[in-house]
Design a protein around this ligand. Structure first.
Ligand code: MLT
Length: 244
């Protein structure tokens, strides 16, 4: 079982994902929000790279069953019902709904993973569940970090390190790792007892605090609080069916 890591969406060639399981991570906040929405009963999520495309798609859907959510610069967009705070995606809001979702980095990353055998969505809130799935599947996999506007982000890489470490605990030397994977595991060791503080230290965590979303860091740091696995296939994110 070979493990790979990409620190930003530009670090991997979409074609190189063929035959592999991809794991997309955008801790602050797209992955955490997607996982929260599905946990709270959202039926499916359509991740869209561009704001205009999201608005056009929403106009074609029934207002009763569809929500438009996402952000630019971390803030809710005009005409959108929801922003990108996981705290907005409550059962009362999302139950049985289809969510059209666009974010700066997270949905762009997802749309680069279409060639993978399947793409799972990971965050601290479901990290152990993802590691268990990867170990049981025994396939080659690549963890892909969203980063922030083309740059490395600390929180995504620490979460990647957590997942690699958990798979390594189960698979031991059957897991083939390179030095980049090893680097993320070492970085995770530095912060494993302090995930919330790490998010407060990280650049995007500081930005979210500055614009009034400090409380989101608590949701995003809550390790294994939402043990579900979202999968992105054929343009749609939904809960991983049990047969896969
Ligand atoms: C993104 O996809 O860039 C993020 O989720 C930004 C945010 O914190 O809203």
């Amino acid at each position: 079982m070979k493990a790979e890591l990409s620190l930003t969406p530009e670090d991997f060639e979409p074609d190189a994902l063929q035959g592999k399981v991809a794991i997309a991570i955008d801790i602050l906040r797209a992955s955490t929000t997607i996982i929260t929405a599905l946990q709270n009963g959202c039926r499916q999520i359509l991740p869209v790279a561009e704001v205009d495309t999201a608005r056009k798609l929403a106009r074609l859907q029934s207002q009763e069953t569809t929500l438009l959510g996402g952000e630019r610069e971390g803030k809710k967009l005009e005409g959108f019902q929801l922003g990108n705070s996981p705290r907005e995606y409550t059962p009362a809001t999302v139950l049985h709904k289809t969510l059209i979702f666009t974010t700066t980095n997270g949905t762009r990353l997802l749309n680069r993973t279409q060639k993978a055998e399947l793409t799972l969505i990971a965050a601290f809130v479901n990290a152990s569940q993802i590691a268990e799935y990867l170990y049981q599947a025994g396939k080659n996999f690549a963890i892909l970090c969203a980063g922030t506007e083309g740059c490395f982000s600390l929180e995504d890489t620490v979460c990647a390190g957590m997942i690699f470490s958990n798979v390594y605990k189960m698979a031991s030397t059957r897991l083939q790792i390179n030095d980049l994977v090893l680097m993320s595991m070492i970085l995770y060791q530095k912060f494993e007892n302090n995930i919330l503080n790490m998010l407060k230290l990280a650049q995007h965590g500081r930005y979210l605090t500055q614009i009034g979303f400090e409380a989101d860091l608590i949701n995003c740091s809550n390790v294994d609080s939402i043990p579900i696995i979202p999968v992105f296939r054929n343009g749609v994110v939904e809960l991983l069916p049990s047969e896969i």
